[in-house]
Design a protein around this ligand. Structure first.
Ligand SMILES: [Zn+2]
Length: 482
C-alpha cells in the first residue's frame, strides 16, 4: 500500500528533477559562448598558453591553485580546486599530449564557475562537492603535440610502475583526494563511429572496468549511471553520435586502477564531428556534459537511473574514412573495374607544432560497403583519370589547370616547406610522373570524368567540384615534391 502511494510521487519527483535538469542543460548549451576561453581556439595548445590563465586563477579568491608536480622537462602541474562540499571530485585532462579538447573545456568551466550567473545551480554544486581539476597532465607531450611524454612513455600505461613524474603526481592526488568520482578526459581518433551507423563517435564514454571479468560493483555502477545521464544530454545536440568505449581491462592503465582503488571512473573521449577539425563543437559538448554531470552528482538525481541503460549505448567502432568514393570505374591494363576508395586526410604538424597541413592516403580500396565517411561521393558512371604534369613558373589560376586535368606543376620550388596552400602539387624539374597505379598507401590524386568531361579533381585526398569556385570548397592543400 505504502509503495503504491509513494511510487507515483517518486516518479513525479524524478521527472521534476529531470525537467529542471533539461532546462539547465539547454541553458548551458545556449549561453556557452559567454564562457568560452577565447585564447584556446586551436588544438595545438601549449603549457605557455595556460600559464596566464592559471595566473589569473591564482589571484581569484574563489579558486585554490596548487603546484602539485612537474613534468620531466620541468613544466608545472597545477591542481585547481573550487567548492566547499565534503565530496571530492577529481578531473584531469590531456594525459596524452595531443588530446587537448577537455583542457580547453576545463578553462571554459572555470569562467562559468567564476561568473555571477547560474547562481542556484552553482550553489548546489559547490556546497555539496569540492571540484579538483588538473588540466594538461602531459605538458611535455603537448609541446610537440604527441601522445607520449618526454620519456617516450605512455603515461596511461604507467599506473603500476610509476616511472613518470606525471603519473606519480596523478597517483598521489588520487590517493590524497580519495574522490568519489574521477573524470579521465581524453581525445580519440576521429575515425571512430557509433557501431553499425555512419555517425562519428563524437563523444565516447566508459565506466572503466576494474578487473578482467568486467564486474559491476557499486563503484562502477555509479559511473555507469552518470554516463547514461550524460549520454541522454549529448543526444540532444549530436543525435546518434555517442559511443561506448571498449571496457577491456588494461592492468597498466590509470583509469582501470583508479576504478580499482575505489573511485567511480568516467572516461570521456572526444572524437570527431563533421566540419569541426579543431573540435570546438566537441569542446562545447564536453563543457555541457561535464557541468551537467557535476550537477547530477551534487543532487544525486543519477541514483535512480538503471545501469542496464548503459549497455544500450552503441559500442565504438572504427569504420570511418574522411572521404569515400564509391563505384568509380578504374581502368587497369586495358580493362575496367569498379572500385570504392577510402581516403584519409592525415594531419602533419607544421614546424613548431602550432598548426598542421594535410598529407592524404588511400587507406583501402575495393568493396567498402561496410564503411562510412565524413564525405561520400557516389561515382557511379564516373571514370578515374590519371593526372598530368606541366612546366610553369607561376600559377595564376589553379582551377584552370585542374580543368585541364593537370595536378602537378614543375618549376622552381620554395627554399623550404612541404606543402602549398593551393590544391596542386609543386614538383622539381627532375620529377617524373610514373605509371598511375591506385594502391592502398598512395596519395589520392586523380580526376573524375563523366560523359567525356572532367567534373571533379581529387587532389591530396580532397574532392574538388570543378564547376564551383575553389573559394567555396574545402580544398585542403597541395604538397611539394622535391
Ligand atoms: Zn588518450
Amino acid at each position: 500500500m505504502m509503495i503504491k502511494k509513494l511510487l507515483p510521487l517518486a516518479i513525479s519527483l524524478l521527472s521534476l528533477t529531470i525537467t529542471a535538469q533539461d532546462a539547465l542543460t539547454s541553458k548551458l548549451y545556449e549561453t556557452y559562448e559567454k564562457y568560452k576561453e577565447p585564447s584556446l581556439e586551436k588544438r595545438r595548445i601549449k603549457h605557455n598558453d595556460l600559464k596566464p590563465l592559471i595566473e589569473q586563477l591564482k589571484s581569484n579568491p574563489k579558486f585554490e591553485v596548487q603546484k602539485v608536480g612537474e613534468s620531466i622537462e620541468g613544466r608545472d602541474l597545477n591542481l585547481i580546486s573550487i567548492g566547499f562540499g565534503s565530496e571530492n571530485i577529481f578531473l584531469w585532462s590531456q594525459m596524452h599530449g595531443d588530446e587537448p579538447t577537455a583542457t580547453q573545456a576545463i578553462f571554459d568551466i572555470f569562467h562559468f564557475l567564476d561568473s555571477p550567473d547560474f547562481k542556484e545551480e552553482k550553489e548546489v554544486i559547490l556546497s555539496k562537492l569540492k571540484l579538483h581539476f588538473l588540466p594538461m597532465l602531459n605538458p611535455d607531450g603537448a609541446e610537440v603535440f604527441q601522445r607520449r611524454n618526454a620519456l617516450g612513455v605512455d603515461i596511461n600505461r604507467d599506473a603500476l610502475r610509476l616511472q613518470s613524474p606525471e603519473g606519480q603526481t596523478l597517483k598521489r592526488l588520487r590517493d590524497s583526494l580519495d574522490a568519489s568520482f574521477g573524470f579521465n578526459l581524453h581525445d580519440q581518433s576521429r575515425y571512430y563511429n557509433a557501431e553499425r551507423t555512419e555517425k562519428p563517435a563524437t563523444i565516447s564514454y566508459l565506466a572503466t572496468a576494474f578487473n578482467y571479468e568486467k564486474d559491476i560493483n557499486d563503484v562502477r555502477a555509479k559511473a555507469m549511471k552518470v554516463i547514461v545521464f550524460m549520454n541522454k544530454i549529448i543526444q540532444n545536440y549530436a543525435p546518434g553520435q555517442v559511443g561506448r568505449y571498449s571496457d577491456d581491462f588494461e592492468p597498466r592503465a590509470f583509469g582501470d586502477n583508479i576504478a580499482k582503488w575505489g573511485t567511480s571512473l568516467i572516461l570521456i573521449e572526444s572524437g570527431g564531428y563533421p566540419d569541426d577539425r579543431e573540435k570546438q563543437e566537441i569542446r562545447k559538448l564536453n563543457y555541457v556534459s561535464i557541468l551537467s554531470a557535476l550537477y547530477t552528482i551534487a543532487t544525486k538525481s543519477y541514483e535512480n537511473i538503471p545501469t542496464e541503460d548503459y549497455e544500450k549505448i552503441p559500442k565504438n567502432d572504427r569504420m570511418l574514412f574522411d572521404l569515400k568514393i564509391t563505384n568509380a570505374t578504374y581502368g587497369l591494363l586495358g580493362k575496367d573495374y569498379i572500385l570504392d576508395l577510402g581516403i584519409m586526410q592525415y594531419e602533419i604538424d607544421k614546424k613548431g607544432h602550432n598548426d598542421f597541413y594535410y598529407r592524404s592516403s588511400v587507406s583501402d580500396q575495393g568493396d567498402l560497403s561496410t564503411y562510412y565517411a565524413y564525405e561520400t561521393f557516389d561515382a557511379t558512371g564516373y571514370k578515374i583519370i590519371p593526372p598530368k604534369v606541366v612546366s610553369m613558373e607561376t600559377v595564376s589560376s589553379p582551377l584552370e589547370l585542374l580543368h585541364q586535368g593537370i595536378a602537378y606543376v614543375k618549376g622552381k620550388l620554395p627554399e623550404e616547406g612541404a606543402y602549398v596552400e593551393m590544391p596542386l602539387f609543386k614538383v622539381s624539374e627532375t620529377f617524373e610522373l610514373g605509371d598511375f597505379n591506385l594502391q592502398p598507401g598512395v596519395n589520392p590524386t586523380f580526376f573524375l570524368e563523366k560523359n567525356g568531361k572532367l567534373t571533379h579533381a581529387v587532389i591530396n585526398g580532397f574532392l574538388i567540384d570543378l564547376n564551383k569556385p575553389l573559394e567555396n570548397q574545402e580544398t585542403g592543400n597541395g604538397l611539394i615534391y622535391r
